[in-house]
Design a protein around this ligand. Structure first.
Ligand SMILES: [Fe+2]
Ligand SMILES: [Fe+2]
Length: 368
């Protein structure tokens, strides 16, 4: 899949961020346009049906293993509760209070095809190309927070989906990705805090978002190698390329607090690409494959269009991604067999509206 959505931190692979004539920041979507419409978050309104807050640890059937927690978190629609559960589960795991990973069990729970999102957050859809006309720092922060929410799910999904398929994978795999889930939860919290600080009238949930990152998760749901290659070594590596320019633009705007946040995120994201590379080379070694040629094969099969530069070669190399991996690389997904890309069509929430309906429903107030 081609880059097509705004993104930051490591996961900011799909968008270019441009300085506009007005001096503000814009997120622009690269061509070719996305294969599918994406989710949009409408203006947040008070819930019509009062609900008891859900506890971090469910009272019925509390999770007993890391796999249980992973699937519970993937099935948690509320982003705040998702963050709280991530913090709690990772703390249990790293402090030895959750001794069992649970991936060797034949009863390991199955992850959902697409993580749940609250209906009010997912009911509209919009072509992400339309988003590019909305230009300011709040828009950028909102878009980045959305990606971090998906990134939390991606870290849990790779553990829940592929851990049971590789029962002999070392425990270090779960440590790496649990730490990644915790980082992404931190990034989400930091970005939503900055959004609230600079634009109280547009809290998280009030602007259009997209689900493009999960398209790549769906395309790679059958292969551990593909998942690591596309999500962690294409999408997250692209984040390393674009982060410095993003940071620079917030610097120019004098927003030093957001600059500090973005610098933390960038440092974390180098470690995420490192983890992706570590486990990609691990699985290649298990299967007697060359990691470089395997990576290039995966990109050709599961990606559409060029792997875009300019590249942050220094940050990529620190993560283990040398130039031979990505130079002159183009994805051919769907070129030879259009059905190869058909999985993407399943990504959009089943209750989503059509594109024009979604656009008509947009009520967004931006702070200049
Ligand atoms: Fe990341
Ligand atoms: Fe992140």
């Amino acid at each position: 899949m081609e880059a097509n959505c705004p993104h930051l931190g490591a996961d900011m692979s799909h968008a270019d961020i441009e300085e506009c004539d007005t001096g503000v920041i814009a997120v622009s979507f690269s061509d070719p346009p996305p294969a599918k419409v994406v989710s949009i978050i409408p203006e947040v309104a008070a819930p019509t049906i009062p609900r008891e807050p859900e506890p971090v640890v469910p009272t019925a059937n509390p999770p007993k293993t890391l796999m249980d927690w992973a699937v519970l978190i993937l099935n948690t629609p509320d982003p705040i509760l998702k963050v709280e559960r991530t913090r709690h589960a990772v703390d249990l795991f790293f402090t030895g209070k959750l001794p069992s990973v649970g991936n060797k069990s034949s009863n390991a729970p199955k992850p959902p095809d697409v993580p749940l999102r609250e209906e009010s957050f997912a009911k509209n859809t919009v072509d992400p190309a339309k988003v590019k006309s909305r230009k300011n720092r709040a828009v950028m922060l909102h878009a980045l927070a959305n990606i971090e929410q998906w990134a939390i799910d991606l870290a849990w999904d790779i553990m829940a989906r592929f851990g049971p398929r590789h029962p002999d994978i070392p425990r270090a795999f779960f440590s790496d990705f649990a730490k990644m889930a915790l980082d992404e939860a931190k990034h989400f919290s930091l970005l939503t805090s900055r959004l609230k600080a600079i634009s109280p009238s547009t809290p998280y949930g009030s602007m259009p978002v997209h689900a493009s990152l999960w398209e790549s998760a769906t395309v790679t749901s059958d292969s551990f190698r593909s998942r690591l290659a596309i999500i962690h070594l294409v999408h997250e590596a692209r984040g390393l390329d674009v982060n410095p320019a993003t940071i620079e633009r917030f610097k120019k705007a004098g927003d030093t607090d957001t600059v500090s946040v973005l610098e933390v995120i960038h440092a974390d994201e180098v470690t995420h690409v490192t983890s992706g590379h570590r486990w990609f080379t691990w699985i290649c070694a298990q299967e007697g494959r060359n990691p470089v040629t395997s990576f290039r094969d995966e990109v050709k099969r599961c990606w559409r269009g060029d792997v875009k530069g300019p590249f942050n070669e220094e940050a990529r190399e620190r993560a283990g991604l040398t130039q031979e991996y990505y130079t002159d690389l183009r994805g051919e997904m769907g070129l030879h067999d259009p059905s190869e890309g058909s999985k993407v069509e399943k990504v959009v929430c089943s209750n989503s509206k059509g594109l024009s309906e979604g656009l008509a429903d947009l009520k967004i107030e931006y702070v200049p």
